[in-house]
Ligand binder design. Structure first.
Ligand code: NDP
Length: 247
């Protein structure tokens, strides 16, 4: 790579894990395009990156909107003339026991957590193949590895990301494009802030490392997997979960 900066897209970058990933990638010299639905929080993250001497831009789009997301990725590629790193991190939960789960709860979670990753990858793949370089990371969950009562939709979507990633790894590997999964365990963010103490204590008991995860724990893994030197790592799922699953 010459002096040109690598360009990274991070979805769900307005807070939590995505924000931490964006800050780390920018600190490592990538130009980061911050994606989520809300322009205000994205602008704040961009401000933090710029204050630290990095560069970023924002793109407010609902990743559940297939046409909108594909168009946004197309515009980003056109503007920058390249796209090197794609982190599909945006995600939601709509938990319910399977017998009570509505079609809407199922569809929304599959659409935002799984279909969006496919749509973004399809929109980015041609540019990455042409460059003969690409790093795709899909943020799954340990729920997708071992299941979780009340999360049939979420676990199915996260498991789906693993099959999708292995397939993309096989399809694009010959062109210098890798595709991997990071599966976080319990990470302290807005998504997990409402869980009662007895649940978080149970989680801690099941872990080898007796603390809850921080967004930075996931960002550190993403930094490695998306680095130039990680070109021989593809189709893998790395659980960053304090040793909770050890599958
Ligand atoms: P948060 O709820 O803190 O943040 C979610 C992010 O996704 C926000 O930036 C939100 O932005 C964005 N987002 C949600 N829906 C959409 C949408 N339709 N279009 C665009 N952006 C959207 O979640 P976390 O940081 O905790 O989670 C990040 C990822 O990590 C998710 O995929 C989650 O499933 C996964 N994960 C998290 C774990 C945890 O313990 N926290 C454990 C395992 C996996 P906005 O609302 O501004 O659109």
């Amino acid at each position: 790579m010459s002096d040109e900066k690598r360009v990274a897209v991070v979805t769900g970058a307005s807070r939590g894990i995505g924000k931490a990933i964006a800050l780390r990638l920018a600190a490592d010299g990538r130009h980061v395009v911050l994606v989520s639905r809300s322009e205000g929080p994205l602008a704040e993250v961009r401000g933090l990156i710029e204050e630290a001497g990095g560069t970023a831009s924002t793109c407010a789009v609902d990743v559940g909107d297939r046409e909108g997301l594909a168009a946004a990725i197309g515009i980003i590629i056109k503007e920058h003339g390249r796209l090197d790193i794609l982190v599909n991190n945006a995600g939601i939960t709509r938990d319910n026991l399977s017998l009570r789960m509505s079609d809407a709860e199922w569809d929304e979670v599959l659409n935002v957590n799984l279909t969006s990753a496919f749509v973004a990858i399809r929109a980015a793949a041609r540019a990455m193949m042409k460059q003969k370089f690409g790093r795709i990371v899909n943020i799954a969950s340990t729920s997708g590895l071992v299941g979780n009562a009340g999360q049939a939709n979420y676990a199915a979507a996260k498991s789906g990301l693993i099959g999708l990633s292995k397939t993309i790894a096989r399809e694009l590997g010959g062109k210098g494009v890798t595709c991997n999964v990071i599966a976080p365990g319990f990470i302290v963010t807005d998504m997990t802030s409402n869980l009662p103490a007895d649940v978080t204590n149970k989680v801690k008991d099941a872990m080898a490392i007796k603390r809850l995860g921080e967004p930075g724990d996931i960002a550190a893994a993403v930094v490695y997997v998306t680095s130039d030197e990680a070109g021989f790592l593809t189709g893998q799922t790395i659980a960053v979960d304090g040793g909770m699953t050890m599958v």
